[in-house]
Design a protein around this ligand. Sequence first.
Ligand SMILES: NC(=O)C1=CN([C@@H]2O[C@H](COP(=O)(O)OP(=O)(O)OC[C@H]3O[C@@H](n4cnc5c(N)ncnc54)[C@H](OP(=O)(O)O)[C@@H]3O)[C@@H](O)[C@H]2O)C=CC1
Ligand SMILES: O=C(O)C1=N[C@H](C(=O)O)C[C@H](O)C1
Length: 271
Amino acid sequence: MARIGVTGAGGRMGRNLVTAVAAADGAELAAAVEHPDSEVIGTDAGTLAGEGALGVPIGHDIEAAAAKCDVLIDFTRPEATLAYLTACQRAGCGLVIGTTGFDEAGKRAIAATAESVGVVFAPNMSAGVNLSLKLLELAARALGDTVDVEVIEAHHRHKVDAPSGTALRMGEVVAEATGRDLSEHAIYGRHGHTGERDRHTIGFETIRAGDIVGEHTVLFAGDGERLEITHKASSRQTFASGAVRAATWLAGQKPGLYDMEDVLGLRGAGG
Ligand SMILES: NC(=O)C1=CN([C@@H]2O[C@H](COP(=O)(O)OP(=O)(O)OC[C@H]3O[C@@H](n4cnc5c(N)ncnc54)[C@H](OP(=O)(O)O)[C@@H]3O)[C@@H](O)[C@H]2O)C=CC1
Ligand SMILES: O=C(O)C1=N[C@H](C(=O)O)C[C@H](O)C1
């Protein structure tokens, strides 16, 4: 039985994760964590998630939580995730990171932590999105520079980072498959007199509205036809159950940096 801890247990994803751990075979909720100023400290994590009491009060001691768990699942904010890395290393506790919005230094700190403990780091834990990354790779290889590529994403009004981590990963996959460097070819939104489109750019458009769970479309537009690859999430449980699957998988792995391709067995598929 994998002992799982959930950080950000009072958040939108945190509550869904508590539900998903409670429902999973082979996993038990061993700890729930929030920041010290959170109003949910002391509340039972299961009660807050609408599952009924699970006997796991939400605490703020990350060291104590990591010591009780095989794997922590973290969907919070980059500054919180980075502050939790040392506790995981000290306790030898694995980490599944769904949080998005890291800068390059943050990503390097995560990679360094993965030298001593197992880390699954992925901007989207849904099986459908991770399969779509393989489809994007295939489409980008086949169509190459004959098409214009645009990544369009839509999320709820509470989301704080843009473009989404998933949209950026989709852009990276297309860039890698076509031999481009995303940092040189990305265009984030357009306004005013932009001039004609450069075929080598990869455009990103962001929508924030209402309660949209998460929608991503990659558009490959040529002359006379266009291909669109779209994923729409209608429930956060799809991300939560993917993260719990990642956590139970990680409990049996050696230290290293993994992503959902590893968890889902998609590494090398379709290439
Ligand atoms: N990989 C994936 O599949 C998915 C990734 N995400 C990502 O997960 C993250 C969380 O999303 P969501 O659940 O919607 O966000 P929420 O704001 O609902 O939850 C974030 C949680 O983290 C807590 N938190 C915020 N700042 C800190 C801090 N400095 N230290 C400790 N805890 C903190 C919040 O507490 P408080 O509310 O009190 O501030 C809250 O409980 C985002 O980065 C999002 O992009 C989301 C869905 C799927
Ligand atoms: O903040 C969200 O809600 C989501 N964030 C992730 C991202 O930034 O890619 C994944 C998902 O689409 C939901």
